[in-house]
Write a new protein. Sequence first.
Length: 302
Amino acid sequence: MALFALALAPALRAEETLRAEGSGRLLQYERIAAAGLPDQRLTIWLPPGYDAGARRYPVLYMHDGHNLFDRRWSNFDKIWAADKAMLAVSASGAIEPHIIIGIWAPGADRFRQYLPRDIHDAVSPGLRARMDAAAGGPILSDAYLAWIAGPLKTWVDASFRTRPGRDDTAIMGSSMGGLMSCYAFLNRPDIFGRAACISSHWPAIDPRAVEGGDPELIGLWDRWFAERLGPPDGRRLWLDHGTATLDTFYAPYQQSVDARITASGWQKGKDWESRVYEGAEHEENAWAARLPEIMGWLLRRE
C-alpha cells in the first residue's frame, strides 16, 4: 500500500486539480505503474462538501474514465457527465453521493484489458484467434481486475474517506467496459456489491460475423453466469442495451443472460434489472441520458 501511494503521489498534477463551487472536485493522476498492465491514469471526483467535513462516502469505480467528466479529454467530444448525474440523483435524495474513480482506458490496449480472461480462454480455437487478432497482445483483464480490487482499492480507501465494504463499492462501464464490470462482479463478489453493465459488447469482436448472435458465445455467457453468479446476498446488478448502431446486435445475448439470471433465483427489480432503450445508439450521449436512471436504481438507499 505504501509503495503504491508513493508511486501515485508525485503523479498528481496540481494544475489539473479542478474546482467548481457546488460541483465537487476533480483530481488527475497520471502514469500510474500497475503490475502486468500498461501505465494507468485516474480522474477522481470528490462530491461537494468532501473537503469541509468528516463524512465517509461509498465509491463508484468507472471504466473509460477519459469519457466521464470533461469533453477536452474524451475520445469523441462526448461525455457521460457522470459528476452531473451523481449530483442530480443525490440531490433528489434517491442515493447518497459517491466518490467516483474514473479509470482511463489505455488506448490500443483497451480491448485486451477489458475482455474477460475466462471467456477468452474458454472459446474455440478459431474464435480465440479472432479475439487475439483484435487484442494485439496477451489478454490483461485478470491483471486489471487484480489491480482494481487490490492495490488501487487499497490506496483509494487509505487516501480518501470511503466506506470500503462490499455494499458501498460499485463498478460500472459500457461496451467492453460493460463486460469488464460483469467480470469484476462475478469474480470478486467480496469486493463489488453493485455493478452496471451498460450496452455490454457480448459479441466481443465484430458482431456482423454471425446473424442472430454467435451460438458458441451465447452458450458461453450463459454458462459463465450459471457458474459464477451465486445467490444475490444483498448484491445488485444492472444490465441494458439500446437498439441502434452496435447495440442492434446485443438482444440475443442479453436475452440469454437475462434468462440465466432469472433461473438463478434473482428477483428482477429487486436484485437485478435489464432494460432495452428503443432507438438508443452505442455512444456516450445515449449512456449519459440514462445514467441518472441507472445510478438511481443501482446505488439507491436500502
